[in-house]
Design a protein around this ligand. Sequence first.
Ligand code: URA
Ligand code: SF4
Length: 199
Amino acid sequence: SASAAQFVPSGEDWAALRSAAAGCRGCDLFRDATQTVFGEGPVPARLMLVGECPGDREDTEGHVFVGPAGRLLDKALAEAGIDRDKTYLTNAVKHFRFTERGKRRIHQQPRRSEVVACFPWLREEIRLVKPRLVVCLGAVAAKAVLGPSFKLTGHRGEVLEHDGLRVGVTVHPSSVVRAENYREAFAGFVADLKAVQKA
Ligand code: URA
Ligand code: SF4
């Protein structure tokens, strides 16, 4: 089945990992997307945040969390006392998945098969970045790291142990952007970010 594994170099060099990911054809998502959007931040880093997959802006610019979800994330991190510059930010899936509606590209949630195919990149990022805490933003990221049976509901703001890794879970910033009660959703997201840091 589809996998990035054959494209992943061995070794300890993060820059080599990132370059190799630019040529990944581990699943079909590379075909329509503009480019691989790899993780960014200090290596090593104490904190790693894992999103779902790049959005429209990330796909065009080639950087993680530079669109509307990223702006919200920046605000939430600031409010939670987390320095984005000291944090490694990445996604469970490294290519944008979308459907076209006229001129607009509408983000689509990656399939489980694509999350599984892309996981070798995230596994290597975790190995090289050596975070003390990995925070999964939303169910797609949480299932990528913790397994497909993981349910986010009831576990927000918790830190779980998994494969020798400390994994915190919260919602995706996009869900806050879209929330009916924005103030409440934002406060809840910030509270989760604070809670997982303290746990
Ligand atoms: N949403 C994500 O999950 N990641 C990004 O990089 C941007 C939006
Ligand atoms: Fe490779 Fe992941 Fe892109 Fe699929 S989404 S082509 S596995 S980098």
